[in-house]
Design a protein around this ligand. Structure first.
Ligand code: ADP
Ligand code: MG
Length: 700
């Protein structure tokens, strides 16, 4: 019995006549071949309407155009042949009890085999005497050449799946590429009705296809050049919209009334002179940029990227000083209490010699102290306040807010930042800082309206953290090393991965590791632990005890540790290191080596896994967070780059975020368009398209 749905699918491929009244917005459920169950499954792929279906783009193509006579098949390659089925057998595999289907295939020249694993139903679809097109990898098997898990199709049918460039789509259970090809083929005429939102002028200037043609060529390309041109058209459109949104946000920002902070060169000099060290060139350039921006009429929107320890705080401190001296207020916001406390401490040291005393406002600040701080801020008597989310509560009034500094900004949501901005009469200047840089190649698209500056060099004299991957059988040796460091008076972090979904706060993983280390490995040392379930105050107390040297080893999760500054700690152990992203490992490593002592990062591998090991060894071999970010991007793709998802970019179907050249083209086209049509009223479909992008960059 042939599979009914597949048989229908094949038929559908041949029907080009459209069901009546099929339009882009027609639901796919109800189309011939889409029952309720398939409808649900298509939804899982984000396909509700015909338009969604046409915008469900192939991941790649399989080139099955040239048919190879069986005699000429070569092992190791994906090849396509036209054959007749001689015989089909279904049986379980001898060792693994996996159902196998085997077939013997022939053409005029010779015979070969075919084998399918785990698809017993195929035995019903294939029978002796059938003429099929078969396409797949050919291996040299026990009984000669064999197609392994090939796709196949009746040769007498339209060669829609085989015999041309066949689209391979993102699939889900029960929705195969084969099925999608058939379904898309059926609604093909709707491609003509899909709105073309790219203005014809832009399309012509950029030599891009019209929308309808692009959709037809992307799904059913005539050749690979046309497939590439089609995708480029679709990708350009996405990037163009983003660049339009970015440039509009920039125009709006620069034309709004911002807080102007005059650049007081003398003050900048006095500040530098008061530091116990010389600014690095990078710090000098960054500070100059920031101070220049502050003095411009449009509000600043800057991101300062720099590795942990690169000295971002000093740059922020200078901006804060300049702002407060000009009579405005400044807020410094951090994602955790620990980090906020640390900033407060640093800023106090840097700025109180200049008569600027920062206040600290946390969720855990007591009622009385809190009231006092709020009064000081509302009266304008306090100019600088450091804190956490507590700063965006409604009752925090800052009438003269001139500068907002946000550390590790990707941890803050857009809405939270917006609330901070709303606290000001004029649009305050905005400075974000991050130690998890987004690679340059992404910044153009991802950051839109943000001006990025980077601190690429470290302050002088800092030794790189020596990083080693520790395999399971090297553990004892590593623990001996730790003991040596502790005897020398140093301290050690042990970071545990979150292993179970249910253990989001790391309670289990930290408790288990702590117990193991305390009982089995270091019964003679003093251990402290931190996990996400503990109240903020308790965490701070435990942290403080560790910082004060009252414990040798701190066991914690990666969530808890952000911002911990314990100069005496020289060893960072990361358990199950392969579970962490490269950027995160680099962050963790940055927690040690903040003092003159040589520091070490030991990446404990949980299990030996080729790919994981390679990543860990990359961390060990690379000291720069910028380089690691690039590497992470290459290894994992943009989807996983730290913080990318939080940027709120619309989903990209066609655009490759790494295609910098196309992004640059899209940016120039967008800037040129807005130059003559700033309100985007000239071309209605574009105007409409921009609706969805309104909020993307406004707040960044
Ligand atoms: P980041 O916030 O970028 O991680 P910090 O601003 O906290 O780094 O600086 C890390 C440490 O380096 C601090 O102790 C700071 O005082 C010190 N530091 C900053 N700039 C310099 C410099 N130019 N020379 C020497 N030490 C510096
Ligand atoms: Mg910092």
């Amino acid at each position: 019995m042939p599979d009914v749905a597949d048989a229908k699918g094949r038929q559908m491929g041949r029907i080009v006549k459209l069901p009546t009244a099929c339009e882009p917005e027609t639901p796919v459920a109800g189309l011939l071949g889409v029952g309720p169950a398939r409808g649900q499954r298509l939804l899982r792929l984000g396909i509700a309407t015909v338009s969604d279906l046409l915008l469900h783009l192939p991941r790649r193509y399989e080139d099955t155009r040239s048919l190879v006579p069986l005699r000429e098949l070569r092992p190791g390659l994906v090849q396509t042949s036209r054959v007749r089925v001689r015989e089909v057998r279904a049986h379980p595999s001898p060792q693994r009890r996996m159902p196998l289907v085997e077939a013997s295939l022939e053409d005029g020249s010779t015979r070969v085999g075919a084998i399918w694993f785990n698809q017993p139903y195929l035995a019903n679809q294939l029978h002796a005497g059938m003429e099929i097109l078969v396409s797949g990898k050919v291996i040299s098997g026990l009984h000669g050449l064999t197609f392994q898990n090939p796709r196949f199709e009746r040769a007498s049918l339209d060669p829609q799946h085989v015999g041309r460039l066949a689209a391979v789509y993102p699939e889900t259970d029960g929705v195969t590429s084969k099925y999608l090809r058939a379904l898309i083929g059926r609604v093909f005429p709707v491609t003509e009705l899909m709105p073309d939102r790219l203005p014809p002028e832009v399309r012509e200037a950029e030599a891009l296809m019209p929308m309808g043609e692009a959709l037809r060529q992307v799904h059913l390309p005539d050749d690979e050049n046309l497939a590439a041109a089609a995708r480029e058209r679709l990708a350009f459109e996405e990037l163009f919209f983003i660049q339009m949104a970015a440039d509009r946000a920039r125009r709006r920002r620069l034309s709004s009334t911002g807080v102007v902070v005059p650049y007081d060169v003398e003050l900048a000099r006095a500040f530098s002179a008061s530091l116990p060290f010389r600014l690095t060139d990078g710090q000098r350039i960054a500070a100059h940029q920031v101070l220049t921006d502050l003095a411009e009429p449009g509000p600043m929107n800057r991101l300062l990227q720099g590795d942990v320890g690169s000295g971002k705080t000093v740059v922020a401190a200078m901006a804060a000083l300049m702002t407060c001296r000009a009579g405005f207020q400044c807020v410094v916001m951090a994602p955790t209490e620990i980090l906020a406390r640390q900033h407060w401490f640093t800023l106090e040291a840097l700025l109180s010699p200049h008569g600027l005393t920062p206040r600290l406002l946390l969720g855990s600040t007591g009622t009385r102290a809190r009231r006092e701080i709020l009064e000081g801020l509302a009266a304008g008597q306090d100019a600088l306040v450091v804190g956490t989310h507590a700063l965006i509560e409604d009752d925090v009034v800052l009438n003269d807010l001139g500068l907002v500094v946000v550390d590790e900004q990707h941890r803050f949501g857009v809405a939270q930042r917006q609330r901070l901005r709303l606290k000001a009469r004029a649009m305050p200047n905005f400075l974000a800082m991050t130690a998890t840089p987004i690679p340059r190649s992404l910044a153009l698209t991802v950051y839109g309206d943000v001006d990025v500056i980077e601190l690429r060099e470290m302050p002088p004299g800092r030794l790189p953290v020596e990083t080693r991957v520790v395999t399971p059988d090297e553990r004892d040796e590593a623990y001996d090393f730790v003991r040596g460091q502790v005897s020398a008076g140093r301290q050690v972090f042990v970071i545990c991965p979150l292993i179970e979904e249910s253990d989001k706060l790391g309670v289990k993983s930290v408790t288990a590791e702590h117990r193991k280390l305390e009982r089995e490995v270091f019964p003679d040392l003093r251990l402290e632990m931190l996990h996400g379930r503990m109240p903020a105050r308790e965490k701070a107390e435990r942290m403080a005890r560790f910082a004060a040297g009252e414990a040798d080893i701190l066991v914690a999760t990666s969530v808890v540790e952000v911002g911990v500054d314990v100069p005496n700690a020289t060893v960072m152990i990361v358990e199950g290191a392969e579970r962490f992203g490269l950027a995160q490992l680099h962050q963790l490593r940055g927690r040690v080596g903040r003092d003159r002592h040589r520091a070490y990062c030991l990446l404990f591998e949980e299990a030996v896994d080729e790919e994981g090991s390679e990543r860990l060894r990359a961390v060990a071999a690379t000291q720069s967070g910028f380089d690691l970010a690039e590497l992470d991007l290459r290894l994992r793709g943009p989807g996983d780059v730290a913080g990318l998802r939080q940027h709120g970019l619309p989903e990209m179907r066609a655009a490759d975020l790494l295609d910098v050249a196309l992004a640059v083209r899209a940016r120039s086209a967008a800037v040129a368009w807005l130059e003559h049509d700033p309100e985007v009223t000239e071309y209605a479909p574009l105007h409409e398209a921009m609706h969805g992008y309104g909020a993307v960059f406004d707040l960044d």
